[in-house]
Design a protein around this ligand. Structure first.
Ligand code: HEC
Length: 187
């Protein structure tokens, strides 16, 4: 499942605007991918395809990279955790986790950073599902003390994505400086 999530995140990153941060992250993912495929004993063909991605991405051949990534995605589809019942409870859980553990960085990000901590509500709007779920599954990178371990249970990850998708962020009405909290939250 980690391989599938990494591939889903690469797919989403490839269609985002080309910034130095995006490029650096894509290269990092491309260097991890063959190792992770080998770990799950993928075919030699797949490992080779993944290895060639690093070169393709270095050369900024985005279209070619997308074709390769989507071929891999078809063989390794990322399936988010199914949402447990209880919409109100999930929303409340996601909201609490976000406020306690994420908002400090993600609601006041530094746009000048190479890889800014993005506004997660906006990310949920902008990217096709299941990119956000795959990003959450792969881990919450700002929380350095957790190392590479994802500190969140499947239910907590689902609650977070549910919150970002349903908190009431106005996907198309955002203006610069209009604040970073959901405007028309319904609880
Ligand atoms: C100490 C600051 C900090 C905290 C706390 C933090 N983050 Fe982040 N987060 C970042 C930064 C910086 C990035 C961008 C770096 C990157 O994309 O590698 C990031 C990236 C992300 C991404 C995008 C990863 C990707 O694949 O593009 C997601 C999703 C995310 N954080 C979710 C969360 C959630 C959910 C929480 C709370 C549970 C959280 N973060 C807490 C700083 C933080």
């Amino acid at each position: 499942m980690r391989v599938a999530a990494l591939i889903a995140v690469m797919d989403a990153d490839l269609v985002r605007p080309d910034t130095p941060g995006r490029h650096a992250r894509l290269l990092e993912s491309a260097s991890l991918l063959p190792i992770m495929l080998r770990e799950i004993q993928a075919s030699r063909d797949e490992v080779e395809r993944a290895r060639s991605l690093y070169r393709i991405i270095s050369g900024r051949k985005t279209d070619k990279a997308l074709i390769a990534v989507r071929t891999l995605a078809a063989a390794h589809p990322f399936r988010p955790f199914p949402a447990p019942a209880g919409r109100q409870r999930l929303l409340a859980l996601g909201r609490t986790i976000h406020a306690q553990a994420c908002a400090g960085c993600h609601d006041h990000s530094n746009p000048a950073a190479l890889l800014p901590a993005e506004n997660l509500y906006r990310l949920a709007c902008e990217e096709a599902p299941p990119a956000l779920e795959a990003r959450l599954f792969l881990g919450v990178k700002g929380m350095a003390e957790q190392g590479h371990r994802n500190p969140f249970s499947p239910e907590e990850q689902t609650a977070l994505s549910f919150w970002y998708r349903n908190a009431g962020w106005k996907c198309h009405a955002e203006k610069p400086g209009s604040g970073h909290t959901p405007a028309n939250r319904q609880e």
